[in-house]
Write a protein that binds this ligand. Structure first.
Ligand SMILES: Nc1ncnc2c1ncn2[C@@H]1O[C@H](COP(=O)(O)OP(=O)(O)OP(=O)(O)O)[C@@H](O)[C@H]1O
Ligand SMILES: CC(=O)N[C@H]1[C@@H]2OC[C@@H](O2)[C@@H](O)[C@@H]1O[C@H](C)C(=O)O
Length: 391
């Protein structure tokens, strides 16, 4: 089955699309990646997202504009993906949408809102669309995140030691696959969220992120600020847990800076990069990780990666590319995989990761132009992901 995954993460910089041929073969889920592409959000939509995210508030009109705008942006990218990645024919689109609010109270997730009306995608491509993949896990008592854990767990299943996958987006998440244990997955805290907020703040919006970690690399770590930031109870809370930009946003950083002022912006950036490295490393150490497979935008930041290496001596660090999962397309491929499982009647959530009562079938299905025809439900779930000659 030829599947397109669509994703825009917490950094809301662009819509990522990745396509793959997927097939169940005995214990294996065989994936042949067909390529990926990325399209920035139109400026006006990006501004609307930025202006509606917490702690800002939004009107219902804003919500309607966002649902339509994100749906249309995803539809445009889906059409391109069908043409440019799939030779003009695909079977299914899987859309994560844009997370606008992840509602966490006392560690429990009460709701999670991803906007991007799938009808626009179905109408533009004529293909069935799986969307809203998080809600069912939340309804089953889970965090609804991280969902990339299924792909990680299948991809790491054959590796020796205690491998873990780390994604450094706005928020960082890890999936730990220890032999003989159920996979663990949780958000460790901010990856780039606070660094991006700081850069925007210090540059008055002229820069969006610390390119190649130049500013962090030029700064010095401020131990007092680092201590204040590390005092956040989120880090000590046991998994399952998830978080988002509702928690790690600019006012949060400004409050920490008020408690522990730092004169040099570059020192703030160095401290925030160290915060990410320390919190990820603590999470890895707590679970005996021996190898870390890294993906996401933060993998392009050599200063952050250097700090992570310093915090985790003896742990092999490498890119998910080495496993056949291109670092910048991993999340989009992971959602393609989840939609594929859904239409085959297989659960996509891992209860040991999300904390749900049971493993749910994820998502809602919007029919395409033709009547909806689902494959026969698969007999048993795959145990390993085999990635074959991608492009
Ligand atoms: N060359 C680079 N140097 C430094 N940082 C970079 C570089 N390229 C990307 N980034 C960082 O990566 C971020 C985007 O990462 P990514 O696209 O993986 O996030 P996301 O998928 O939106 O987030 P999430 O995984 O939390 O949903 C940027 O905002 C920036 O901070
Ligand atoms: C609610 C939500 O959108 N959570 C995202 C976010 O971005 C990173 C981290 O927080 C992760 O848990 C999750 O996304 C990834 C793709 C996931 O579900 O695996």
């Amino acid at each position: 089955m030829r599947v397109i995954g669509l994703m825009s993460g917490t950094s809301y910089d662009a819509v990522e699309a990745a396509a793959a041929d997927l097939e169940l073969r005995g214990e294996a889920l065989v994936m042949r990646p067909l390529g990926h592409l990325s399209a920035p959000y139109p400026d006006e939509l990006r501004d609307l997202i930025a202006g509606s995210l917490p702690p800002a508030s939004a009107t219902l009109r804003d919500v309607a504009r966002l649902d339509t705008g994100v749906g249309q942006a995803f539809a445009d990218v889906a059409v391109r993906a069908v043409g440019e990645l799939c030779g003009g024919a695909a079977d299914l689109v899987v859309s994560h949408g844009q997370t606008m609010y992840h509602w966490v109270e006392d560690g429990a997730v009460r709701g999670t809102l991803q906007l991007g009306q799938p009808a626009w995608i179905a109408e533009a491509t004529g293909l069935p669309v799986v969307s809203d993949l998080r809600a069912r896990d939340v309804a089953a008592g889970g965090q609804g995140a991280p969902l990339v854990a299924m792909t990680d767990a299948l991809a790491l299943a054959a590796l020796p030691g205690v491998p873990a996958a780390l994604n450094l987006g706005g928020i960082a998440n890890v999936t730990v696959v220890a032999p003989g244990a159920e996979p663990l997955a949780f958000d460790t805290g901010p990856a780039n969220a606070l660094m991006d907020a700081a850069v925007r703040h210090f540059t008055g919006g002229a820069a969006q992120y610390d390119e190649d970690g130049r500013r962090a690399g030029a700064g010095r770590i401020d131990p007092a600020l680092l201590r204040v930031l590390l005092d956040d109870p989120y880090y000590a809370r046991p998994a399952p847990k998830s978080t988002g930009k509702e928690h790690f946003h600019l006012p949060y950083l400004l409050q920490a800076l008020a408690a522990s002022p730092v004169g040099e912006p570059d020192d703030v950036l160095a401290t925030l990069a160290r915060l990410t490295a320390v919190t990820v490393a603590d999470a890895c150490r707590a679970h005996g990780v021996t190898r870390l497979v890294v993906s996401g935008g933060g993998a392009h930041n050599p200063v952050l990666m250097g700090m992570l290496g310093e915090e985790l001596p003896g742990v092999a660090l490498g890119s998910s590319d080495a496993l056949g999962l291109p670092s910048d397309a991993k999340e989009a491929l992971a959602f393609a995989l989840l939609g594929f499982l859904t239409v085959h009647g297989l659960p996509g959530a891992i209860p040991s990761g999300t904390g749900a009562r049971r493993a749910s079938l994820l998502g809602s299905i919007t029919p395409g132009r033709e009547p909806l025809r689902l494959p026969e439900p698969a007999g048993r779930p795959p145990r390993v992901l085999r990635i074959t000659g991608g492009r």
